[in-house]
Design a binder for this molecule. Structure first.
Ligand code: PLP
Length: 401
């Protein structure tokens, strides 16, 4: 195996950490009860509000995204509560299993792992629930196992049409900082996020952005909790502190990552992800392979899951790509294991990173003997030329003659 050059980490999280973020974290650990720490604490807590698009509090736990899932559940729900969830894929299934372990009764709307949340299905379920037994609607924004992004704004509108008081809990672990998301405008009650995907940080931070309604629910719900208790976290947070030792150096990285996202501009960040995703799909389609996501309005800007032709194993293919080209592609998870591979194009990723990744995929297809039409990389380049970068001056645009 040749390992010269930089490893291409093209999995949909953890995503590559920019050098700027790595350098920002290369700092001595400081006293987390000091005035110096409080400045850092306040900076990241306020900065997060801009990324989540909320005027309310955002909490940062030293945890993986799974921990932040748990925090959302134990602070808002009670054993025996009914909730509505949708089987969009592997991550929705894991969150559902977690809720069940906490004694929550989940109405899990089945899915085919190729579509996102159907707002009409949510609307119908809530409309039928005349006794208002459903306490929360819990959905995954970007289903990382399938490359399908659900339309959270439409889900919100569907809930509003029924006048149902259920809370809306959204997993944005792989979308926040990469896909348009608006906690306040979409009246989301709890937004769950993590550090290692769109935030471009190493794994280790979990986030909860919470509404007034969610905080009110936390005052009366009956789930035992301690480490994850929101009010215990919010009290010291008001002064920039944490109730226990925070992940200090990850917070240095977070401050830098927030600065990078805001310097580029969130709208430009979202446009870049869409552009890279469109180029990836152009390559996949040209190769004659199939994108797992079936609804163009739900294509993920973060990753593309690709179906292998029958008789070809996705994991064998991924191993050939890793061994030959030093690139990691995402595996198929649970139901689609061996059947799909996933190309991550999120966070620290630009046109040339993507072209390198797609070249590796195309060479890998040839090396693995997977039937395909050569030239997908050219198709991706053509797609990028058609959709000019929003952050380059117009006069630099390539004009085809
Ligand atoms: C990665 C991911 C998770 C799990 O996060 P961990 O940090 O691995 O605990 C949950 N949901 C989605 C949508 C994810 O992409």
């Amino acid at each position: 195996m040749t390992a010269q050059g930089r490893h291409f980490l093209q999995i949909p999280g953890p995503s590559p950490v920019p050098d700027r973020v790595l350098r920002a974290m290369d700092m001595p650990v400081i006293d987390h009860r000091s005035a110096q720490f409080a400045e850092l604490g306040k900076a990241v807590l306020e900065g997060c509000q801009k990324i989540f698009k909320t005027a309310g509090p955002v909490m940062i736990f030293p945890s993986s995204g799974t921990g932040a899932w748990e925090a959302a559940i134990v602070n808002t729900l009670s054993p025996g509560d009914k909730v509505l969830m949708v089987e969009t894929g592997h991550f929705a299934t894991l969150w559902q299993q977690m809720a069940a372990r906490w004694g929550i009764e989940v109405d899990f709307i089945p899915g085919d792992w190729r579509h996102g949340v159907d707002p009409a299905a949510i609307e119908a379920k809530l409309a039928q629930d005349t006794k208002r037994a459903i306490k929360a609607v819990m959905v995954v924004h970007n289903e990382t196992s399938t490359g399908v992004t659900s339309r959270v704004a439409d889900v919100r509108a569907a809930i509003d049409r029924t006048g149902h008081p259920a809370l809306l809990l959204v997993d944005t672990i792989s979308s926040l900082g990469s896909v348009d998301y608006r906690h306040d405008e979409w009246k989301v009650d709890v937004t769950v996020a993590g550090s290692q995907k769109g935030f471009m940080l190493p794994p280790g931070l979990g986030f909860n952005a919470v509404s007034e309604k969610a905080r009110a629910a936390a005052k009366t719900n009956k789930m035992p909790r301690s480490y994850w208790d929101w009010e215990e976290m919010l009290k010291p947070n008001a002064a920039g502190f944490f109730p226990y030792t925070p992940a200090t150096n990850l917070l240095y990285g977070l401050r830098e990552a927030i600065a990078m996202l805001l310097e580029e501009g969130l709208d430009q960040v979202f446009a870049r992800h869409k552009r890279l995703a469109a180029a990836t799909r152009a390559a996949v389609t040209h190769w004659g392979l199939e994108v797992l996501c079936l609804d163009p309005s739900e294509y993920s800007p973060v990753l593309t899951a690709v179906l292998m032709p029958p008789g070809h194993d996705a994991d064998k293919f991924r191993k050939i790509v890793l061994d030959n080209y030093n690139m990691s592609l995402g595996s198929g998870l649970s139901k689609v294991a061996g059947k799909v591979f996933r190309i991550g194009h999120l966070g620290e990723c630009n046109e040339l990173t993507l072209m390198g990744a797609l070249s590796g995929v195309e060479m890998g297809l040839a090396a693995a003997g997977v039937p395909h039409r050569a030239g997908g990389v050219d198709a991706a380049m053509a797609s990028l030329e058609e959709r000019p970068t929003t952050n380059s001056p117009g006069h630099l645009k390539v004009v085809k003659t």
